[in-house]
Design a binder for this molecule. Structure first.
Ligand SMILES: Nc1nc2c(ncn2[C@@H]2O[C@H](COP(=O)(O)OP(=O)(O)OP(=O)(O)O)[C@@H](O)[C@H]2O)c(=O)[nH]1
Ligand SMILES: [Mg+2]
Length: 254
């Protein structure tokens, strides 16, 4: 199997779904972002921006490709013809009037539920994310950022632990790449981690620190209420130079 596909997280669960081996070389790819009807996918030959087949265009939202999906291009190499069976799917109820289930990210192994040591921290929010994570079939890790800005991060750690017995909690300064070993330990070469949480908690900051380079823009939070500015506006799957895949999910508005 090619190194490139492996570094994108290709594991036997997906390979087993491919019966024609020529597909592996040319037509298999992973969705790194979705823009309306177009998707950016990375294949053995590199990155491509592709459309959807007619059938997929007409499919329900949950069946259309989403970031993290493994897909097979049709013979034109310009359209996604098939979405492979998913290992897991992180989804939420749509905010629109039709309340359609909205898929957020596919094939996520670990969900980093990011929250910070300030007014943003709420047990009820963590409970909601933990429920979505269990439904998705992923493993949760609560990541407490901005520990450097409080005298006693211990109270926040206690509060996070009290939300669910046994849940993993990592406490960090997301701006310090040298102090992220606890978080790094969860990321291996073929695993996919999605970063979720309110706007401004430091998801993109953590992504950049883990990557050792600027992959996503970040901006400061509002001083008066500590709310973020919705800096990240679309979901994107990033490949870390040291191996492992990270999906930065923008903070939800509601
Ligand atoms: N001191 C400190 N600042 C942090 C930490 N994590 C993030 N920040 C700051 O918090 C602000 C918001 O960080 P972002 O990474 O843009 O937040 P985000 O979660 O990606 O927000 P959205 O893209 O809006 O969803 C930036 O000014 C960061 O520098 C931390 O652990 N310590
Ligand atoms: Mg961001």
């Amino acid at each position: 199997m090619s190194e490139r596909l492996q570094s994108l997280g290709l594991v036997p669960f997906f390979i087993r779904q491919i019966t024609d081996t020529s597909v592996l070389e040319e037509r298999l790819g992973r969705v790194t972002s979705v823009q309306r009807s177009r998707s950016t996918v990375v294949c053995e030959s590199g990155e491509r921006v592709v459309e959807l087949s007619t059938a997929l265009r007409q499919a329900a939202a949950i069946d259309r490709p989403v970031v993290g999906d493994w897909i097979v291009l049709d013979e034109s190499l310009a359209r996604i013809g098939q979405v492979l069976e998913r290992k897991s799917l992180f989804k939420r109820l749509g905010a629109g009037s039709n309340n359609e289930i909205q898929p957020i990210a596919a094939n996520v192994d670990i969900l980093f539920i990011v929250t910070s040591c300030n007014e943003e921290f709420k047990e009820s929010r963590l409970e909601r994310y933990l429920a979505l994570c269990a439904e998705a079939g992923a493993m949760p890790v609560i990541v407490l950022t901005k520990a450097d800005l409080v005298d006693d991060p211990g109270t926040f750690i206690q509060r996070a632990r009290s939300v669910k017995a046994g849940v993993a909690v990592e406490t960090i300064n997301a701006l310090d790449p040298d102090a992220l070993d606890g978080v790094r330990a969860w990321i291996d070469r073929t695993s996919t981690v999605a970063l979720v949480g309110s706007s401004g908690v430091g998801k993109s900051t953590l992504l950049n620190s883990l990557a050792g380079k600027l992959l996503a823009a970040t901006s400061d939070i509002r001083e008066q209420d500590k709310k973020g500015r919705h800096t990240t506006t679309h979901r994107e799957l990033h490949i870390l130079p040291s191996g492992g895949l990270l999906i930065d999910v923008p903070g939800m508005r509601n």
